[in-house]
Design a binder for this molecule. Sequence first.
Ligand code: SF4
Length: 724
Amino acid sequence: HLGPQRVDRSVDSVCPFCGVGCLVTYHVRDEKIVSVEGRAGPANAGRLCVKGRFGFDYVHHPERLTQPLVRRAGVPKDPALLGTPRDWREVFEPVGWDEALERATAPLRALRAQHGPAALAGFGSAKGSNEEAYLFQKLVRTVFGSNNVDHCTRLCHASSVAALLEGVGSGAVSNPVADVAEAELILVIGSNPTANHPVAATWMKNAARRGARIVLADPRVTDLARHAWRVLPFKADSDVALLNALLHTIVEEGLVNEAFVRERAANVEALRAHVRDFSPEAMAPVCGIAAETLREVARAYATARSAIILWGMGVSQHVHGTDNVRCLIALATLTGQIGRPGTGLHPLRGQNNVQGASDAGLIPMMFPNYQRVDRPEAHAWFEAFWGAQLDDKPGATVVEILNRALAPTEDPQKVRGMYIMGENPAMSDPDLHHARAALAALDHLVVQDIFLTETAWLADVVLPASAWPEKTGTVSNTDRMVQMGRRALNPPGDARPDLWIVQQMGQRLGLYAPKPGAATGATGWEYPGPESGVAAVFDEMRTAMQAAIGGITWERLGAASTVTYPCLTPEDPGQPVVFTERFPTPSGRVQLVPAGLVPAAERPDAEYPLVLITGRQLEHWHTGSMTRRSQVLDALEPEATASVHGDDLAAWGLAPGDWAELRSRRGSVRVRLRRDDGTPRGSVFLPFAYAEAAANLLTHAALDPFGKIPEFKYCAVALRPAPA
Ligand code: SF4
């Protein structure tokens, strides 16, 4: 991999892209990363995908932010200009850190003083470290004074977490991906793992090669289908119909693991009664899968020695996302396919640290380690621990916060000021015209990032931050593995580590003096030690999250690189498989919740006859701010394409490579067409990484009522040819 190149140093870290959490080594020469090598981590065993191996040069991109910026007086925040090339000097002027921090914080202090805590909100990031997420949510809670803090988990697996917390008492996975090696049947639903979790997909393919049966259930027939025993290309939006038909078969054909449900489940009879109406024969026309296939899959899943379910955002990003996951929990529970190696429930987490950021409390309804903010004991504990007065009501979520930014001026809940660290809602939120108007309407917006993202273009103050290889910290992958990344480079120019910036913001915003005797050693927002006090922050976090990571010390992580939680004592090796004896619910049992059919918020009609499905590609990561600035990745996928079935292309008289305009009730984009016969007829698949053809200009902002996740996987669009 290195050829004849000279290397000055090699530094061990973690891949910054997806939740698989592959361990890497950065090879550095002349203060530049020259190559990345996979390490023998438990999640990757030396393997890397194209993003992990080649997507590193964004770090050295000339567009990196290297100095703090403030908006020039009188330059309007114009969302209409986003996605078009502009010279940043026309909009911003560089300033020193002192001035930038003062201009970042003074208006936030004033807004809070004038309008109260509800006027402020913060978005943290699933791309930062656990320590950054922890400190950011602590800043919002203790200094802004509300729970208006969230991050992109709201856009990916919030509904999964809502259902899992309700059903099994824990929002994380029950078994690691690697457990597919022990599974006889692997149900992959609403997921395209070869594109989105590529190294995890290799374990699935290996399992198929040694005889495991993969069932791939997804409206799009994707690459993993080549390795599948059965492929179920069900109609988009009919997940509950399909899953209830499987549950019906299991109940009707006597395949319930009665001993397991007697001991370990609650509300079983209500579920049995509910699924009686969902026979495969009745559901086949609804979901588009033959009744006999549904029965065959249900039997195979129920009777397998061990069967595991892995799912992605095809399940979660619906107005019925929580219901979809309730059905998956019921499947695993009725059949006893949980609590053992090779079984269980695995929501494939998207970003490298979306698991850890949620664990650290970067969500509006929970303190760290999922302690509800409205539970008096938890509230009192954190007030004492942080030495601050805390709000005891859940805050607003991502989409709700931006809705509140557009509330009438007399609304006491109106959000007027925001601090956004490492997120790009001007690309990632649904219905972007609305979301961008909301960001532009804020009285004051502070954005901390490594590039002038679409969100940063709308900011009043931009704080230049550090890329992942430029800092030391921990991240938690989809398998609940806490892993350490180490600094391989210094940030460029005047850019600073995020942890340093958050502490500076906290110090200047210090509206609450810590109470005397507070348990934390971090009073005054100064964490001592090297690397911006990261070890001290981790130590405080460990105290706040004893029941999950109490046994993981900074030193232990430094030596081991990876420790799986729950890990309660220094001797505890960590628990990759959980729920072996009881579930962490109040009763110790799974709480089963029946789910009915809830249609998508916006279905196709004569004017908008097609279904839009948004998602990711192998080469590009989320809003594209990193991967589109990586030479190899950008060369592989340089422009936005919309994938449609070949028969649809022929019917419309179009060919691959032709230009088309896609329109929804909310916006339009111009893209090239790509033939993909895995895309169901009557549908269009559009990746959301391209600012010049932002898929979320089209999407619908309807929310799942429990997880508050938008319905990114379904809305109505029209397509017409466009000039080249
Ligand atoms: Fe990185 Fe995910 Fe690829 Fe691994 S599978 S190299 S973590 S993007």
